[in-house]
Design a protein around this ligand. Structure first.
Ligand code: UD1
Length: 430
């Protein structure tokens, strides 16, 4: 299995191009199931999770084409891809495909809306808590679906004539359930009101894609989405937004190591809460025409307390990276994880660098140290893995991150992007 070896201590200086957002690309790809016309996506990142979803969509009968780079286009620019679901040949999403990635469960919405039936294996993905699907099932039932659980599969059937619009009032904010109900409601008969919807920028990207495909959605970007169902959706061309989690990750890496990095293409309105927190740690952030510049001032890293929250709050997907930064602050900070109950697997690994972190329920208390020491560590989930890379970049001596397949699920050319900014980092094969 591949490993990453890095030697810490170098400041990061230069430019990093931000890739297309994984968490937008995946649901946009899934939206292609809603129409028999081609959906063209620009700026799709080259990631293991994208590849895995391609396999799942192909199993349903989607034709997928990757287009070549345009003349003059930089290397590393996101892929242009066409997804064409002319005929859905199979409405089952089998266990061996779905179990690797939770987002693949979301195909249940469009399959049910378009084909009036779906049989989708219960999902897998990162082991960060139990991650149930009750909110999805509640929403689909509200739209008239009949749901059974059969040998690990969710079997859903629409009423005769298809799904019917309804009010779906989520008791808890869920990104995946919002995507799923939004897609399903676009092809339902009548009006659906989604209350307590997720407001993440990726939801807006998908909602705007659906509108470009002919859906009628209002309230985009707010807590309440209203969808007037239409009979048919058509093809469209849509751009995947830049990855705000990748942006925040590199911003924290630069804050940790010092230096001066331009995050090209980053959009600050997508991660304002995280940027505000970073500013409080003593990081200088300036908004430039082509991105965000990150510099650390000379006063060290100040401790700051953080609670994770649904958007527009501080994202849970940056919690591990922020914790890595806090391990070298000049005091004590408290981090409260409110989204997932088991998202502290990186704590034990960060401790190998000499970090001082005590976890009590939802709260991690991080006492900063002047210096971390390189270590052998193990990647546990996607965002946790990259927190170990950040710690390694600032630690003294050599770090080896084992089991890095999690990183390849969500970070495009991580070593390449960091080494171009002066990091000593390489991938060791096998
Ligand atoms: C998405 C993101 C993930 C991010 C998370 C929270 C993608 C591909 N993944 O995951 O990177 O960490 O949002 O911002 O976009 N829940 C229930 N019942 C349900 C569904 C969810 O209780 O039916 C709970 C979850 O266990 C969790 C919380 O709701 O505690 C939020 O989860 P959710 O927003 O659904 O996360 P995902 O969509 O899986």
């Amino acid at each position: 299995m591949d490993r990453i070896r890095l030697v810490g201590g170098n400041e990061l200086r230069g430019e990093i191009s931000i890739s297309g957002a994984k968490n937008a690309a995946l649901p946009l790809m899934i939206a292609s199931l809603l129409t028999d016309e081609p959906l063209v996506l620009h700026n799709v990142p080259r990631l293991a999770d994208v590849k895995q979803l391609e396999r799942i969509l192909e199993n349903h009968g989607v034709d997928i084409a990757v287009h070549g780079r345009r003349r003059g286009e930089e290397e590393g620019v996101g892929q242009r891809m066409t997804f064409h679901a002319a005929d859905i040949v199979d409405t089952t999403a089998p266990y061996d495909l779905v179990s690797k990635m939770r987002a693949s469960f979301w195909v249940i919405g469009p399959l049910l809306a378009r084909c009036h039936e779906a049989r989708v294996s219960l999902p897998g993905g990162c082991a960060i808590g139990t991650r149930p699907v009750d909110l999805f099932l509640y929403g689909l039932k509200q739209l008239g679906a009949e749901i059974d659980i059969d040998e690990g599969y969710v079997v859903a059937r629409a009423p005769k004539g298809g799904l019917v619009g309804a009010t779906v009032s989520f008791p808890k904010v869920s990104v995946g359930a919002t995507h799923t109900i939004l897609m399903a409601a676009s092809l339902a008969r009548g009006t659906t009101i989604i209350e307590n919807a997720a407001q993440e920028p990726e939801i807006t990207n998908v909602a705007e894609c659906l509108v470009a495909m002919g859906a009628k959605i209002s309230g985009i970007g707010t807590r309440t989405l209203t969808v007037e169902g239409v009979e048919k959706l058509h093809g469209a061309t849509v751009e995947v937004i830049p990855d705000r989690i990748e942006t925040g990750t590199f911003a924290m890496a630069a804050a940790m190591t010092g230096g001066d990095v331009l995050l090209r293409g980053a959009r600050s309105e997508h991660l304002q809460a995280a940027l505000d927190i970073l500013a409080q740690t003593g990081t200088e952030l300036s908004h430039e025409a082509n991105g965000i510049r990150v510099r650390r001032n000379g006063n060290g890293i100040q401790p700051v307390d953080v609670d994770t929250d649904p958007f527009p709050g501080f994202p849970t997907d940056l919690q591990a990276q922020f914790m890595a930064l806090m391990t070298m602050s000049s005091g004590v900070s408290e981090i409260r994880e409110t989204i997932f109950e088991n998202r502290y697997m990186h704590v034990a690994e960060l401790a190998r660098f000499g970090a001082d972190i005590a976890v009590n329920g939802q709260v991690a208390t991080v006492t900063g140290r002047p210096q971390l020491k390189g270590a052998q560590v193990m990647a546990t989930d996607l965002r946790a893995s990259v927190s170990l890379v950040i710690a390694g970049l600032a630690a003294k001596g050599e770090t080896v991150v084992n089991r890095i397949y999690h990183l390849d699920r969500g970070f495009e050319r991580l070593e390449d992007k960091l080494s171009r900014c002066g990091a000593e980092i390489e991938r060791l094969a096998g």
